[in-house]
Design a protein around this ligand. Structure first.
Ligand code: PEP
Ligand code: MN
Length: 360
């Protein structure tokens, strides 16, 4: 690793930097007379870069060296990770679909939606029992009752369940219901929550905060990975832009960048980016074309009934068209949409099957 130190650094600060590096197991030597470039040799470990960047007098880490943080592609982990969630498969050339209403509301309607999306290709139903809302006066979800409804719908239909947790105190109960636990945009930097989820083996769907940089998203993923849970799927859902024609600005470049930088699967949520149902399909296509390993899309046959995000919910027939688009786009890249009704992709090996070249 190579550190750049500040100009005219006071001797005590330099001493602290040197002793901190040595405590972390590095041999240190300056590469220049002005003592601004410090070469560190040693085994290194995830987290060292962040610890060293925090020291007074360290301007930046010029060359990270090895090993990289756990989320990043490196010598040990150059290939895509493939993360199975029930029958769904994300990454390494496999795409899967997550669909459903924004929130758990009426049980019969939820079961109808579950059957509808399962028939059209989605192995996973997403619906929130706990909803993070901008205003405390807005509908907050129906809580544990919603989890019980999800349990029954799952038992009745066989679909897998993705649902959000907001509070570390609810992790245990949500984990009983969920095949994958969602961390929403507003909680991306809720570090105690991420640490709690890191202690599970249940996959985590980590959505990018709408004001968060890609580096911050990767840092949030690192909190989960460092605790031992290696099943993290990243989700681009749009960032706050200056234009209100869409609810958020879908950052397609972030998807392409993440696919190069991290081995973790990356999916796209076109619904919260668009904020309107008529733009969900083109944004879904753009996300997949940029390399996303799957889709999270809000679907509801009667959006006028719902308490949250009705304007962006697509109908079941629209969802079907989106699924066909995704299957076609995946095939163009030599990838495969793992859809309900087709055999699960357990025969595909992690690291194989993708012709997208993420290394260049
Ligand atoms: C959601 O997925 O329904 C949601 C609230 O999304 P986000 O956290 O991305 O705003
Ligand atoms: Mn929503």
């Amino acid at each position: 690793m190579l550190l750049q130190l500040g100009r005219s650094l006071a001797a005590p600060h330099r001493e602290v930097i040197l002793s901190s590096c040595m405590e972390l197991g590095y041999a240190v030597r300056f590469l220049d007379e002005a003592q601004r470039l410090l070469q560190l040799d040693g085994p290194g470990a995830p987290g060292h870069r962040a610890q060293l960047t925090d020291l007074t007098g360290v301007v930046r880490v010029v060359d990270e060296g090895e090993p990289h943080e756990l989320a990043l592609r490196d010598g040990d982990h150059a290939e895509d990770s493939m993360i199975p969630v029930g029958n769904a498969r994300f990454g390494a050339g496999n795409l899967s679909l997550i669909a459903g209403p924004c929130a758990v509301e009426d049980e019969e309607r939820l079961e109808e939606i579950a059957r509808g999306v399962l028939r059209r290709g989605a192995w996973l139903l997403r619906a929130g029992a706990f909803k993070p809302r901008t205003s405390p006066y807005s509908f907050q979800g129906i809580g544990v009752e919603g989890l019980e409804i999800l349990d029954r719908v799952k038992a009745a239909t066989g679909i897998g369940v993705v649902t959000e947790v907001l509070d570390p105190r609810d992790v245990e109960r949500v984990n009983e219901t969920a095949d994958m636990i969602q961390v929403g945009a507003r909680n991306m930097a809720n570090f105690p929550l991420l640490v709690e989820l890191g202690q599970l083996s249940t996959p985590v769907l980590l959505k990018r905060g709408f004001g968060a940089t890609v580096e911050e998203l990767l840092g949030a993923a690192e909190y989960i990975l460092a605790e031992g849970n290696r099943s993290v799927i990243l989700c681009e859902r749009g960032v706050r832009g200056f234009d209100s024609v869409t609810r958020h600005m879908l950052d397609v470049g972030a998807i392409a960048y993440l696919k190069k930088t991290t081995h973790l699967p990356v999916i796209v949520d076109p619904s919260h980016a668009a904020g309107r149902s008529d733009l969900v399909r083109p944004l879904a296509r753009a996300g997949i074309a940029a390399g996303a390993d799957g889709l999270l899309v809000e679907v509801h046959p009667h959006p006028e009934e719902v308490h949250s995000d009705g304007a962006q919910a697509v109908s079941l027939p629209s969802f079907e068209r989106i699924v066909e688009d995704i299957a076609t786009l995946a095939a163009l890249d030599g990838r495969r949409l793992v859809r309900s009704g087709s055999p699960p992709a357990s025969s595909l090996h992690p690291g194989s099957g993708s012709s997208l070249d993420h290394q260049n």
